[in-house]
Design a protein around this ligand. Structure first.
Ligand SMILES: *[C@@H]1O[C@H](CO)[C@@H](O)[C@H](O)[C@H]1NC(C)=O
Ligand SMILES: *[C@@H]1O[C@H](CO)[C@@H](O)[C@H](O)[C@H]1NC(C)=O
Ligand SMILES: *[C@@H]1O[C@H](CO)[C@@H](O)[C@H](O)[C@H]1NC(C)=O
Ligand SMILES: *[C@@H]1O[C@H](CO)[C@@H](O)[C@H](O)[C@H]1NC(C)=O
Ligand SMILES: *[C@@H]1O[C@H](CO)[C@@H](O)[C@H](O)[C@H]1NC(C)=O
Ligand SMILES: *[C@@H]1O[C@H](CO)[C@@H](O)[C@H](O)[C@H]1NC(C)=O
Length: 449
């Protein structure tokens, strides 16, 4: 590892931490934002239209008179919601001369982990340059499955029926656009957003995989084939093994399993003992902790009653006893005792507990110790401060994009304006027919006049 990379990694630490915290507290885990319960009350933060109050939209089908018990998140407020299985949250707006009476909301905080965003596609070159496939039965997962089988990291959808696969980690240079640009419905499932004309919606191809191995400190695991419903006869294993963790916090942010024989289990990774089991009758009610560094997640479905499945968020915690080495004698002794007790309780493999020194998204085994980092970092910072200032932007971007295997949104950032300055747009894609869709076309049969 050269000194430049080292110094950058140190600089990046705070932002990486923030992004991973976002992952655990993301405001949406479904692709359509049906679970959005946030408080954005205008269609866009950037000069959007104000939303009407759901307790005052009695001329429209969705209001608190017809849905008095908070169905779909409606209530005495004017926040964007998706109560009708549309592709994204929306709200009624004060009608104007064009007869527009509702609009999708562009909510930056409402993006399921693994949805990398909506980007421009100028066509030459397209953001993903692997394979392409079109289908009039396209869904997000049919595209992701195609890309994952061909071992591509990213799957992208456009115009409702076109699927692109690629490993182009620099997709951001094409420019991010509002999520509402990507709200064309998928031809195979009208509840899912599948990009737009010259707009590609990108996904991490690990979403909805049947099985996988996780070593990150925090991630989201989706049921097989998510956001499509899980298929019949699935048996999937995921391992969650976070080196040095003493405790793993779990939370089902989403759990739709109706069949009592379809189930999710968490097993102790070492003894293979079942710790908890949830199924169509026994739903998880709250978050829970397991004192271990190795857990196996198991999912099983039988031949009938498939449903959408689950999203399981986990976050591993490590001991932080040595953060302040200069302590009084007494406190030090206490801490040592505490550490010993915890390691007895938690570490089945008598692993030595160590201090958090690296970014949470990196397996710690590959990284040198804290001292080297700190000392070298300080040195580097002093010597090349000016250089850093000049080049920071570009390198941070490329650095973030360098680890695309993550399912989380740790690498979420702003659109690549710097890059787009150098990017020469070419003519737009012409192979796709223009889909007739405007603000007036109300594709939602439930939202009537
Ligand atoms: C939206 O919410 C903000 C903060 O809660 C409030 O200040 C603003 O007046 C609201 N706007 C509308 C149109 O209700
Ligand atoms: C709707 O709810 C808001 C917020 O509680 C309240 O200010 C308003 O008066 C309500 N409107 C009606 C018609 O009840
Ligand atoms: C996970 O790890 C196990 C054991 O190392 C391996 O057999 C399996 O193929 C891995 N699964 C994936 C999806 O990488
Ligand atoms: C799980 O552990 C975390 C971190 O120690 C703690 O903040 C949280 O309250 C615990 N949750 C439960 C349900 O025990
Ligand atoms: C810490 O312990 C040493 C001996 O082990 C003793 O000499 C010293 O005074 C102690 N310091 C404090 C702050 O208690
Ligand atoms: C550690 O465990 C011992 C007994 O096993 C107990 O006496 C002591 O209070 C515990 N310490 C802490 C910090 O929990």
């Amino acid at each position: 590892m050269d000194l430049w990379t080292l110094s950058l990694r140190i600089l990046l630490l705070p932002s990486v931490l923030v992004f991973c915290a976002d992952l655990f507290h993301s405001e949406c885990y479904t692709v359509s934002g049906a679970d959005y319960r946030g408080t954005q009350n205008q269609t866009s933060l950037d000069s959007g239209k104000p939303c009407l109050f759901w307790n005052e939209t009695f001329q429209h089908p969705y209001n608190t008179l017809k849905y008095p018990n908070g169905e779909g998140g409606l209530g005495d407020h004017n926040y964007c919601r998706n109560p009708d299985a549309d592709v994204s949250p929306w709200c009624y707006i004060a009608e104007h001369e064009d007869g527009v009476y509702w609009k999708y909301c562009d909510i930056p905080t409402c993006r399921m982990p693994g949805n990398l965003g909506c980007f421009k596609d100028h066509g030459n070159p397209p953001p993903l340059i692997g394979i392409t496939e079109t289908s009039n039965k396209q869904t997000i997962q049919t595209c992701i499955t195609l890309c994952r089988r061909q071992r591509y990291k990213y799957a992208g959808l456009e115009s409702g029926f076109a699927c692109f696969c690629g490993n182009n980690a620099d997709y951001r240079k094409h420019g991010e656009t509002p999520s509402t640009d990507c709200n064309s419905v998928c031809f195979g499932d009208h509840k899912q957003p599948c990009g737009g004309d010259g707009r590609i919606i990108l996904f991490d191809s690990l979403i909805g995989a049947c099985g996988g191995n996780y070593t990150k400190e925090a991630a989201v695991i989706y049921s097989p084939d998510f956001p499509d419903s899980y298929g019949s006869g699935k048996a999937c294993y995921w391992t969650i093994q976070v080196p040095g963790a003493t405790l793993i916090h779990f939370k089902f942010t989403f759990f739709v399993i109706k069949d009592s024989r379809d189930m999710v289990e968490l097993l102790d990774g070492y003894t293979k003992q079942v710790l908890v089991r949830f199924d169509g009758r026994n739903h998880p009610s709250q978050s829970f902790n397991i004192s271990s560094d190795f857990i196996i997640l198991y999912f099983f479905s039988d031949q009938i009653n498939q449903a959408q499945g689950f999203a399981l968020v986990y976050q591993a915690f490590k001991e932080r006893t040595m953060e302040k080495p200069q302590l009084s004698n007494q406190t030090q002794t206490e801490l040592i005792t505490q550490t010993a007790n915890l390691s007895i309780n938690a570490a089945r493999s008598s692993k030595i507990l160590y201090v958090i020194t690296t970014s949470p998204s990196r397996p710690t085994g590959q990284v040198p110790g804290w001292t080297i980092y700190a000392l070298t970092g300080l040195l580097i910072l002093t010597i090349i401060a000016i250089l850093v200032k000049a080049l920071l932007h570009l390198n941070i971007k490329s650095q973030r994009l360098a680890s695309p295997t993550s399912l989380d949104s740790c690498h979420r950032g702003s659109a690549g304006e710097i890059w787009s300055i150098f990017y020469k747009p070419s003519t737009s894609i012409s192979i796709f027919p223009k889909k007739i869709k405007g603000p007036h076309d109300d594709r939602n049969p439930l939202v009537g006049e």
